[in-house]
Design a binder for this molecule. Sequence first.
Ligand code: K2U
Ligand code: ZN
Length: 175
Amino acid sequence: MSDEKLPILLVPDARLRLKARAVEAGDDDSVRDLSARMLATMYAAPGIGLAAPQVGSGLRLIVLDVGPKDAPEPMVLVNPEILAASREMAIREEGCLSLPGQYADVERPERVKVRWRGLDGMRHETEAEGLLGVCLQHEIDHLNGVLFVDHLSPLKRNMMLRKLAKELKARTFDE
Ligand code: K2U
Ligand code: ZN
């Protein structure tokens, strides 16, 4: 069970725009190993969520931990899907490990009903709001090739992507 960190893909890597495929029964061993490495990568970033496409895997797999620092509550969600979303919306500042240093207010449904399978194959279903609700929507977006900037106005999105490109160019130039 290697929990070696994995490199996190950065925008504009095209793999971040692919639709991930459902995890099949036969994937179990690789999914167990990948989820351990994704959790190690997430904690090291640090982040509170990470989706498989962000580490170059096309599987519908996300990990998250919105628990307090001193009491980690890691979650591994296989084939997560949003079954329902509230009409009420909520706005929250979001960031993304694939768009380092970029933050913006994003409006999303306040509450979502999510269903997923655990690593043990157990089915789970829960209603989530607050930080967990936002994180679940942000990570499930990643499985569909959607990034938080896609929820912004075209003007804001383009400004943010231009700023990121400039910063990443400066970073590679300095290295
Ligand atoms: O998917 C990712 O890039 C991980 C994000 C998940 C996330 C984004 C926005 C809101 C909630 C979760 C990273 O955790 S970004 C770092 C971060 C940490 C705490 C709160 C918000 C963002
Ligand atoms: Zn993200």
